[in-house]
Design a protein around this ligand. Sequence first.
Ligand code: SAM
Length: 162
Amino acid sequence: MPVPERGDPVVVELGPGTGPFTGEIQRRLGGRGRHLAVEINPQLAGLLGGAHPGAEIVVDSAARLPALLAERGLAAADVIVSGLPWAAFSYGHQSEVLRAVVQALAPGGAFTTFSYVHARALPPALRFRRRLSESFEEVVPGRTVWRNLPPAFVYHARRPRR
Ligand SMILES: C[S@@+](CC[C@H](N)C(=O)[O-])C[C@H]1O[C@@H](n2cnc3c(N)ncnc32)[C@H](O)[C@@H]1O
């Protein structure tokens, strides 16, 4: 996770779910900066808030990310970490959420998103991969984590195209 080791970065987590990355982001921040976790499911958000009082849990859609930052007086996110199920999104929802990510990310920021190995050749995942390349100048797949169930890997994207 590309959380800067210095300064007060704005880190956004999209679709944190049960929070496998929330604690790690909190640990890396060590009280610095801001950590917004945007989760659309109110039950999951409630559990997450109880477990991670240092993170700001926002019950809303990732599609509203630019507005969610603006409402908090934040100009942009330095890091966006996504656990969103991109391949399950409709064409329109995939577009609007990715557009929100590109708009919300600082020009020098980093976007990290997870993908499942078994699904990567399926049309919605291929469509998402293509769109990622259209939205960022640099997209680098990370190594496969076979221990994850199901096995997963990460795309590291930088330099959003506006
Ligand atoms: C695949 S799960 C998260 C996986 C996570 N790694 C875990 O183990 O819990 C995806 C999460 O994204 C949330 N989600 C789906 N669409 C969303 C949206 N538009 N905005 C914010 N959260 C969303 C779901 O409620 C779910 O908690």
